[in-house]
Design a protein around this ligand. Sequence first.
Ligand code: AMP
Ligand code: GLY
Length: 436
Amino acid sequence: MNILVIGSGGREHALAWQCAKDDNVKNVYIAPGNAGTALEPKCQNVVLTSTDASDHSAVIEFCQSNDIDMVIVGPEAPLVTGIVDACRDAGIKAWGPTAYCAQLEGSKTFAKEFMEQNHIPTAAYQGFTDAAAAKAYVDEQGAPIVIKADGLAAGKGVIVAETIEQAHEAIDDMLADNKFGDAGSRVVIEQFLQGEEASFICMIDGDNILPMATSQDHKRAFEGDTGPNTGGMGAYSPAPVVTKDVHDKVIEQVIQPVVDAMKEAGHPYTGFLYAGLMIDKAGDPYVIEFNCRFGDPETQPILMRLQSSMVDLVAQGLDGQLPSEAKWDNRPALGIVVASKGYPETSSKGDVIAGLPELDTTNDNAVKVFHAGTAFSNDNENEVVTNGGRVLCVTALANNISEAQQAALAVTAAISFDGAQYRRDIGHHAIARENA
Ligand code: AMP
Ligand code: GLY
């Protein structure tokens, strides 16, 4: 089999690595990939360019001329512009939601209205395009309060305002100063939810739901969950906050209603579905956001634990035959993101990365460095350099979360590049539970 993975992050490195492990797979192509995917056995990066984001012809041509059996789409942007629809129209099997379903991530307003209509628990909200009206609403509601850009903003278009002043500033940034471009020409203002976050990711084939192992992400840039929101600074799996009882509630109150409503709307949901949840003290889940894809960095620890074949699962998903369970390593996994200087506001490119361990790992090897923003140096093709905000995700499997954190930290500490930054406290909620 030949597989094409679309994307260039740590998620795509983990997906490509899992696919390549399957004996039935001959080639895994990654478009555009990174230095890590280029170095994986059976894997090869390809450049497929099209100047128009909604033009997927380059992908279709590549699939047709390279005998591609399945396309796995990593990031949200091509999903939102309809890459799955375009592939299907061309008779190519592509794993992901259609553009209609991807609106769950592509538009916060669509997602909020969808949740309201289908009685999916979420924070109370209102949408605004006018700054004065938005500020008046904030004044009435009080702080803390959450301001979100409506469109895609790579996880950075969300401000949790502690004060009314911060909320006003965020509204001005998005609506008046256009800091997030078109994504911020409309804002959603939300009630602040309290509790512990978890990521709940499933595979859905239109009908059947296959939950992935649970996970928790750390969205804030700095230790102690402080600083600006990022795409995610580290994650671990499983998330102890998702007990059996919480798991059942999430399926019943969140995931099943999505499957049913999309089917009824004539747009069955296919692909990965990610519910970002706040679990309150009573163990009730509230949806913070939907993503129409696997999480990054959640994918890295989750796929470290996956013992079923990713390729078989996707093939079953494409045939509408998803099983209800996959096989997982009982051991937890934890991934630490190493980011470049200035992330999340800016990022640095071209800094030489030293201390990377051998990429080639066996199933017994308990630490894996997944690449994200990396490339080969223009001057020396054996040298790996930074190429974006999130650079690496050092992921370890161990007997418990504390040991996984220590194992990942030990490898992370040996890696260096100018301006490298990472959090030493990934997994702290779970570690506090282990030590309790
Ligand atoms: P989002 O991009 O919508 O997932 O938001 C990014 C992060 O902001 C989330 O992971 C939460 O940490 C925080 N956040 C978003 N919405 C809320 C909310 N309504 N209440 C509390 N925190 C929130
Ligand atoms: N880690 C959060 C996300 O993938 O959106």
